[in-house]
Design a protein around this ligand. Structure first.
Ligand SMILES: Nc1ncnc2c1ncn2[C@@H]1O[C@H](COP(=O)(O)OP(=O)(O)O)[C@@H](O)[C@H]1O
Ligand SMILES: [Mg+2]
Length: 361
């Protein structure tokens, strides 16, 4: 492929190559009409031999690029211009200073991401997918995978790489593109639907949770590779990756709901854990108070200068939690318990701990 140099459209001065993928070359450029602002120019691969293919591709490109330029979402890289020059096609878009999730993972040498981080990114992706799927007609992203998801230096997630080139080539049987491991079975014969994007999101979650590419055309279980992943999230990923479309979540919104559901394995600061600890704390304080009142005369007979015992609320909660009826946990933001809340002490271990606790006075 011949590389592009110089200035395009009298406006975009090519500075360097940012990436070279299967679909074209991505350049960092300066918009000399807009204060030398950095932007990205993507040159799309162009290897059509027949003139009619080229013509069809051109009109397709036109339509698609216009559609892309209309999309506006904080998590979608903003396309600002498109043109063809010297028989090549170019897209101009916002420059995202950051890195894609595939190279971030490579840099951490395949170390899995924390479940919470993965869930939070997945929820952001669900929001973008809901936005795309709500367009008329729905826009199917089709190529969700770690290398197409960028995290900016400010921590903002952005989807790049809308598959214009892929669509241009859709008529050419030899170049149908699927991303092994990330594309669902139905995409292998060309019938992508909105749930195809959910499969790819499940596959992406698998990668982030395990550091491994998912196996193609198979339900993948993150738990099998990383025992730290909760069974709940494992089941979410598996449902996304169901081979039959009908077995997956029906929409990005439904998947988002599932991701928000607070049923992950207990971590020290999730609301369910908080609740368990605080109910346990109340039971403990009451028990200690009873014991203390009952035993005070005995205790006094051993101490010359009895001080009131300081009762420490156990397991990290503060005394304030008990004394102050207005106390609310900052993690909960003072709101009522959420879905998935259990009105019983489910954590046997914390009860056992409590019995040992009075010795610590
Ligand atoms: N707007 C952008 N800003 C910064 N980097 C980008 C941008 N678009 C793409 N890149 C980088 O270039 C890589 C390849 O771009 P992409 O559009 O995915 O091309 P390909 O079709 O070759 O996969 C991306 O993985 C990303 O790291
Ligand atoms: Mg890409």
């Amino acid at each position: 492929m011949m590389s592009t140099q110089g200035t395009l459209q009298n406006r975009y001065r090519i500075e360097s190559v940012l990436g070279q993928g299967g679909m074209g070359t991505v350049y960092l450029a300066k918009d000399i009409r807009l204060d030398e602002r950095l932007c990205v120019v993507k040159e799309l691969r162009d290897d059509f031999y027949r003139d009619e293919d080229k013509q069809r591709a051109l009109s397709f490109f036109d339509r698609e690029a216009r559609m892309l330029a209309r999309l506006k979402h904080g998590s979608i890289v903003q396309v600002s211009d498109y043109f063809s020059e010297q028989g090549k096609y170019f897209l101009v878009m916002e420059y995202v200073e950051g890195e894609n999730l595939h190279s971030i993972m490579q840099k951490r040498e395949g170390e899995a991401f924390d479940e919470k981080q993965v869930v939070s990114w997945a929820i952001e992706i669900c929001d973008v997918l809901s936005y795309l799927h709500a367009q008329d007609p729905p826009v199917i992203y089709r190529d969700l995978k770690p290398s197409n998801i960028m995290i900016s230096s400010g921590g903002q997630l952005k989807l790049v790489d809308f598959g214009i080139a892929r669509k241009i080539e859709a008529d050419d049987e030899n170049t149908r593109v699927v991303s092994a491991g990330y594309s669902p079975p139905e995409q292998y014969w060309g019938a992508a639907n909105i749930q195809s994007d959910l499969y790819a999101l499940g596959a992406t979650m698998f990668f982030l949770l395990t550091g491994k590419d998912p196996e193609p055309l198979k339900i993948n279980s993150p738990c099998e590779h990383n025992s730290e992943v909760s069974e709940y999230l494992d089941s979410v990923v598996q449902k996304c990756m169901a081979q039959e479309t009908a077995q997956r979540y029906s929409s990005a919104r439904e998947l988002r709901e599932a991701l928000l559901y607070d049923d992950y394995e207990e971590e020290p600061d999730n609301p369910k854990g908080w609740f368990t600890r605080n109910v346990a704390a109340v039971i403990f304080i009451v028990a200690v108070a009873l014991v203390f009142i009952g035993w005070e005369p005995i205790v006094n007979s051993f101490k010359s200068d009895p001080k009131p015992a300081k009762v420490n609320a156990p397991l990290g909660s503060s005394e304030k939690a008990v004394d102050d009826p207005t106390y609310s946990d900052p993690l909960l933001g003072g709101v009522a318990p959420q879905k998935g809340f259990a009105l019983q002490v489910t954590d046997e271990a914390s009860l056992t701990d409590l019995e040992a606790r009075p010795k610590q006075k």
